[in-house]
Ligand binder design. Structure first.
Ligand SMILES: C[S@@+](CC[C@H](N)C(=O)[O-])C[C@H]1O[C@@H](n2cnc3c(N)ncnc32)[C@H](O)[C@@H]1O
Length: 214
C-alpha cells in the first residue's frame, strides 16, 4: 500500500503530524533536480561527506543496510561507495514516506530497485531483518520515540545487528545536533557506541549513536 493511503492507526494528531511531514518533504525535496537537495542537503558535496560518512562508524562489516527515510537514495549510494573504500560491502535498502522520492531512489540504484518501498516507518511491519537500520530522530513525534525505537529495534534489526540513530545540525541555522547518546540512554536504551562529525572550527554537524540487538 502506498504511504499516502496508509493512515496510522492512532490519534488524529499523529496522522496529521505525518501528513504535514509528507507534504513538507514532498514540497521541498521534489522542488529541485539537484540530488543533494532531493536529500535535504543545501551545501557542498564535501560537507555532505563530512556530515554523513560518520554513520559508517557503526558499520564494522558488510551486510544489509536499511535507511529509514531514504529520500532519493543519495545517502545509500554514497555509503556504498565510502564503505567500498574501506573494503566493506553494503547492500542498500530504503523506505520513505514520499512515494516520488522512493521512485528516485529506485532510479538512482536500479540494481536494487526492489529493495525500496514507500512506507511510514512508524507503522511499517518489515518482512525481513537488516544488519544495520539507520534512522533520524525526526522520523517520529518526540513523545513517541521510546516505543518507536523499541519497535524498530525488535522488528527490523537482525540479531547482532545495529539500530543507528542520527541527528544533524545546521550551520546556517546555528543549530547543533542533540546529544543522541544521552537521548537514547534517557529513554532506557543501552548505547553500544557513538560518533560525531565536526568541522574544522569544532562545530559539530552530526551526532550518531547505535543500539545493538542481542
Ligand atoms: C533529511 S532526509 C534523510 C535522507 C537520508 N536518510 C539522510 O540521512 O541524509 C529525511 C527523509 O525521511 C523521510 N521520512 C521522515 N519520516 C519518515 C517516516 N516516519 N517513515 C519513512 N520516511 C520518513 C522524509 O520523507 C525524507 O525523505
Amino acid at each position: 500500500m502506498g504511504a499516502d493511503r496508509h493512515q496510522v492507526n492512532d490519534a488524529p494528531e499523529i496522522n496529521e503530524w505525518f501528513d504535514s511531514m509528507r507534504r513538507d518533504f514532498r514540497r521541498w525535496y521534489l522542488a529541485s533536480d539537484n540530488p543533494w537537495r532531493q536529500s535535504g542537503w543545501g551545501s557542498t558535496p564535501e560537507r555532505w561527506r563530512l556530515a554523513r560518512e560518520v554513520i559508517l562508524s557503526a558499520v564494522e562489516h558488510g551486510g544489509a543496510f536499511l535507511d529509514i527515510g531514504c529520500a532519493n537514495g543519495l545517502l545509500l549510494e554514497c555509503l556504498i561507495a565510502w564503505a567500498n573504500e574501506r573494503g566493506v560491502v553494503i547492500e542498500p535498502h530504503g523506505i520513505d514516506l514520499v512515494p516520488e522520492l522512493v521512485d528516485l531512489a529506485r532510479q538512482r540504484l536500479p540494481e536494487y530497485a526492489s529493495n525500496f518501498s514507500p512506507a511510514n516507518s512508524f507503522t511499517w511491519i518489515p518482512s525481513r531483518r537488516y544488519d544495520y537500520v539507520h534512522l533520524l530522530l525526526e522520523s517520529a513525534p518526540p513523545s513517541r520515540h521510546r516505543e518507536y525505537l523499541g519497535r524498530v529495534l525488535d522488528s527490523a534489526v537482525a540479531r547482532g545487528g545495529r539500530l543507528i540513530v542520527s541527528n544533524y545540525g545546521s550551520r546556517s541555522k546555528s543549530e547543533s545536533p542533540i546529544d543522541v547518546t544521552g537521548h537514547l540512554s534517557g529513554l532506557g536504551f543501552t548505547v553500544a557506541g557513538s560518533a560525531a562529525a565536526s568541522e574544522h572550527d569544532g562545530f559539530v554537524i552530526t551526532r550518531t549513536a547505535w543500539i545493538e540487538r542481542s
